[in-house]
Ligand binder design. Structure first.
Ligand SMILES: [Ca+2]
Ligand SMILES: [Ca+2]
Ligand SMILES: [Ca+2]
Length: 302
């Protein structure tokens, strides 16, 4: 390894906002059950139309318990546009913080509210595997477990949410979650096309901050390689800024021509270490020149 270099770069996710499919359950056909000792198995995917949906902002759809009936996770249309407030009977449901944590209220007409909270039950989904864990609580049902030694509930996708009513190529749900309106981020140029506004001036346009899971209002928060250290022999450590809402792929090329031939570094898609940064060790044996870049990947999309 004579000349290993790092390219301080990030890569776009495939644009999806204007071509996403209609909502359907995201729950795996084989691994679809939660469990409550009081009532037995609870089906998180009764069928593709009514089954549970894990979205990047909110959940929707239904669980089905044979003894108590339907459990509604929310209608997918929170009043404020991005999160159920759970303060009104027409605005309830289970929210997702984008990092796997679930909180809010589901509704079972025959038994009442089912509570998802992060103090005791800590219901969550592993965004690398899609496997749920933790518990929800119902006053009549008791604890509902999403994973045990006999079965578990698993999602095969995180639904990318939010229509783009103002045509700025940004999910309205994301815009509302950041600024509570649709005008601060994005914007259009004089031709009516997306102008690529960079609100915080960190060099990354708002739409790419969304794709990378970074804060478009914080100029210190953008995806980048932060450290690169030879550690002995042919090994080296690469560290990049990371967010728990995204996965990452480290890519390598032996040149930086106009069309570099980027290939996976050998690590594949990696879950982040922390909400701040991620470090991986690679072996550069046999490489003469190598450039590296890190790519943000939407959970369960590759
Ligand atoms: Ca928009
Ligand atoms: Ca920016
Ligand atoms: Ca930023």
């Amino acid at each position: 390894m004579r000349n290993v270099r790092v390219l301080l770069a990030w890569v776009l996710l495939v644009p999806f906002l204007l071509c996403r499919p209609a909502a359907g359950t995201t729950i795996d056909e084989s691994n679809r059950y939660a469990w409550a000792a009081s009532t037995g198995w609870i089906n998180c995917r009764t069928d593709t139309t009514n089954g549970a949906v894990l979205g990047e902002f909110v959940c929707s759809g239904y669980l089905y318990c044979p003894s108590t009936g339907w459990i509604h996770l929310g209608d997918g249309n929170p009043t404020n546009g991005y999160q159920y407030t759970n303060t009104a009977t027409n605005d309830y449901g289970v929210n997702h913080d984008g990092k796997g944590n679930l909180a809010g209220n589901a509704w079972c007409p025959s038994t009442g509210w089912i509570l998802f909270e992060q103090d005791q039950g800590k219901p969550k989904v592993d965004l690398e595997t899609g496997v749920f864990s933790g518990y929800a609580w119902g006053y009549s049902l008791g604890w509902i477990s999403f994973s045990n030694s006999s079965g578990f509930c698993q999602t095969v996708a995180v639904e990318q949410q939010g229509s783009d009513t103002d045509g700025d190529d940004l999910s309205d749900m994301w815009e509302l979650s950041i600024t509570n309106d649709l005008t601060a981020l994005g914007g259009t140029n004089e031709l009516g096309q997306p102008a690529g506004t960079d609100f915080d001036g960190d060099g990354v346009v708002d739409s790419n901050e969304y794709l990378a899971g970074t804060n478009p209002l914080d100029s210190n928060d953008y995806l980048r390689v932060t450290d690169f250290q030879l550690t002995g022999g042919s090994n080296f450590n690469c560290t990049w800024s990371s967010d728990l809402s995204r996965m990452y792929r480290l890519e390598r090329s032996d040149n930086l021509t106009n069309e570099p031939d980027w290939v996976d570094s050998g690590l594949g898609v990696e879950a982040p270490d922390t909400d701040t940064n991620t470090t991986r060790t690679l072996d550069g044996a046999g490489l003469s020149n190598a450039f590296f870049r890190v790519k943000a990947v939407f959970p369960l999309s590759e």
